[in-house]
Design a protein around this ligand. Structure first.
Ligand code: DC
Length: 223
C-alpha cells in the first residue's frame, strides 16, 4: 500500500472503536475513516428507495444508483448521498439494522472495497470497521481488534442514545446488539473476526481516555 501508514481497527459495535480511533487520529494527525458509516449509508439509500434491506437481490439492484462520497470537515467524517449530507440520519435503530442487513451482501462489500483502498493510499489513516485487517487492508501497518463485554457495549450504546434523546430500553439495546454481533460474525462475506497478527484490546474496564491512550501507544510503537 505505498508509503502511507494505515491502522486497522476492527471489532464489534459498542466497543468504543469510533471514539478511541477518532481521538487517536487527532492526536497523531492521521485521517480517521469510519467505514461503518459507508454500510449505514448504503442501508439508508436502500430504505429511501423503498426496497427491502433483508432481500440481497433488491439491495444489489439498488447499487448502480447509489452515489456516495465522503468529506472530512474539521476532522469529522461526513457522508453524502447524491450530494446530500446524510451523516445525521445514519445512527437511528432503523439505519443500524439496515446497515447490518446490507453488509451481508457480497455485492455491497465489493462496491465499497476499492473506494476504501483509495482512501488508504491518499493519507496516513486509521480505519475503523469489521473487515479492515482481514479484507480491506490486509497489509495494514498495525491491526487492532477492539472489543468489550456485550453488557458493557450495550450500556455504552444506551448512554449514547440517551444523550441523543432517542433511547431504547436497555434490554432492547442489548438484544439488538447480540443479534447484530451474531449476524456480523456469522455471515459468509467478510465476517467479523480477529485478523492474523492483530493486537486484541479489551476495553471492558477502560474508560475512554484509557482506550485512546492504549490505541495511541500501540500506534507509536509501530511508527
Ligand atoms: O460500526 P457500525 O456499527 O457503524 O457498522 C454498521 C454495520 O456495518 C454493522 O452491522 C457492521 C457493518 N460493517 C461491516 O460489515 N464492515 C465494516 N468494515 C464496517 C461495518
Amino acid at each position: 500500500m505505498g508509503h502511507m501508514i494505515s491502522v486497522a481497527i476492527d471489532g464489534p459495535a459498542g466497543a468504543g472503536k469510533t471514539e478511541a480511533a477518532k481521538a487517536a487520529a487527532k492526536r497523531l494527525r492521521f485521517a480517521f475513516v469510519d467505514t461503518g458509516a459507508l454500510y449505514r449509508a448504503v442501508g439508508v439509500a436502500v430504505l429511501r428507495a423503498g426496497k427491502a434491506t433483508e432481500d440481497p437481490a433488491e439491495v444489489e439492484a439498488c447499487l448502480p444508483d447509489i452515489r456516495l462520497s465522503l468529506a472530512f470537515i474539521e476532522g469529522a467524517q461526513h457522508v453524502y448521498l447524491d450530494g446530500e449530507d446524510i451523516t445525521e440520519t445514519l445512527y437511528t435503530p432503523q439505519a443500524s439494522k439496515a446497515s447490518s442487513d446490507v453488509a451481508k451482501v457480497g455485492a455491497v462489500r465489493e462496491f465499497l472495497l476499492e473506494p476504501q483502498r483509495e482512501l488508504a493510499r491518499r493519507q496516513n489513516s486509521i480505519f475503523n470497521g469489521r473487515d479492515i485487517g482481514t479484507v480491506v487492508l490486509p497489509d495494514a501497518s498495525l491491526k487492532i481488534f477492539l472489543t468489550a463485554a456485550p453488557e458493557e457495549r450495550a450500556a455504552r450504546i444506551y448512554k449514547r442514545q440517551r444523550e441523543n434523546g432517542s433511547p431504547q430500553p436497555y434490554e432492547e439495546v442489548l438484544a439488538d446488539l447480540l443479534r447484530r454481533d451474531k449476524q456480523d460474525s456469522e455471515r459468509a462475506a467478510a465476517p467479523l473476526k480477529i485478523a492474523p497478527g492483530a493486537v486484541v484490546l479489551d476495553t471492558t474496564r477502560m474508560d475512554l481516555e484509557e482506550s485512546i491512550q492504549a490505541v495511541v501507544a500501540l500506534i507509536k510503537e509501530k511508527l
